[in-house]
Every structure is written in C-alpha cells, then in structure tokens.
Ligand binder design. Sequence first.
Ligand code: ATP
Length: 233
Amino acid sequence: MTPCIELRNVGKYYDSVTALSDLSLTIDQGEIVGLLGHNGAGKTTTIKLILGVIAPSRGDITVLGHSPRARQTNNLRMQWGYLPESVSFYEQLTGREVLEYFARLKRIGRARCEELLAQFALSQAADRRVKTYSKGMRQRLGLAQAMLSSPRLLLLDEPTVGLDPIATRDFFTTLDQLRQQGTTIVLSSHVLPGIEQHVDRVAILGSGTLHAWGSLPELRRDAALPLKIRARG
Ligand code: ATP
C-alpha cells in the first residue's frame, strides 16, 4: 500500500530548543493515527511539518506523494484538511455564512455546504451567529470547514479538548464514518482514554522524541509500555 505520510529522521530545532528530534513514521492511507503526548511533546510541530507550514531542520517528509514544502498547486492543497488547536471564526457570521465564505475561496459550490451542515448536525443552527455556538458546535463547524474539499487527509490538533463526553463520542462517530470513506486522519491528544477505541495506531511523543509507535495491542504487549501510556493519560 502506498503510504499517505512518510517522515524520515525528521528534526525541528529552534535555536537551543529541540521541538522534534529524529522522528520516523509511516502512516498508511485510510488509517486513524493518534499523536499522544504531554504539553510541549512535539504534537503540533509534527502536524505543522506534515502541513508544510514549517520546514524541517533535518530529514524528509512526503505527504500524498509530494513534499509538503514544494510549491503547492490548488489541487494538492485541496487534498488535506486541517483543524487547528483553537478554531477561530468570524463571530458575527452565521455557521452557513462561515462555510460559504471558505467554500467560495476554494471554488466549491453551496450544495456542498448544505451537505456538510447536515452531516455535522448543524442544519438547524446554520442561521445562528457563530458567537452563540457551543464548543462542540464550533468543533463540528471547524471539521465541516476542513472537510469542504472532501480531503483524503485530515489533520486535527487536539480536536476534543473542552468537549463533554457526549460531544466527544459524537465527534468520534463522525471520524469513524470519515475513515470508512477512506479518509486518513491524524489527531493529537494529551490523553489516550477517549481516543483508544478509534485509533488504528498511536505515536507516543515525549520532549520531541518518539517513545513508542504501533497499534495498542502491539504496544500493550511491551511490558514496559502500559505504564507509560497510563502516565500520559
Ligand atoms: P501542547 O500539547 O502544549 O500543544 P505540543 O506537543 O503540541 O504541546 P509543540 O507545540 O509541538 O508541543 O512544541 C514542542 C516544543 O517546541 C515546545 O518546547 C515548544 O516550546 C517548542 N516550540 C514550538 N514552536 C516553537 C517556536 N516557534 N519557537 C521556539 N520554540 C518552539
């Protein structure tokens, strides 16, 4: 199978700060991967490197067969969607206006916006201003925005922070549906509980280093790891 994302010996340094050191990961198409780690572990740095927002200090990255830093054609940019750690919207706009604004930028028709509003259970609230939305509704709107171009890859930075258990469950139900459609999903989290039933593999990062990488059954066979996993949960 052609990998969706390949990181080979990737490092990212800021003067004396090592944000990431020697990270190698191969993520297959259609899998959900969790990037797990405490504050400052390197999760956001990894996501930004995959997006091509920042350049690696060393190593190579390939995403959907291209270097993310290569001059990107519109076609390529349409193939991934990104939900940042904190999503900010134009608060005075309605949910529908927000989606339609981004759809226009990407030359996507209104019908797709309506489809996404329905898919993310926002149709009823579509004419309300975003400033009246709950955290869960904002996350769903952010995900709808990331999904506008039906991307093959979704990068989600701590998507369930601040969501209550029901909103978290609903969020993951949506991700499971997207996975069934073949979307590759990379999501970061501080904790394993909540994401463990939904991820195919996890990468456990600590201080910019990869501590462990594999499926949970694989990692749990490693006698030393359950403690580490719990410690980070
Ligand atoms: P959190 O869970 O708090 O969001 P994280 O795992 O996403 O943390 P990163 O944001 O990737 O962590 O940061 C990894 C390390 O790199 C941290 O020590 C951080 O301070 C450092 N770092 C990140 N960006 C920069 C930057 N632009 N300049 C200097 N240091 C940075």
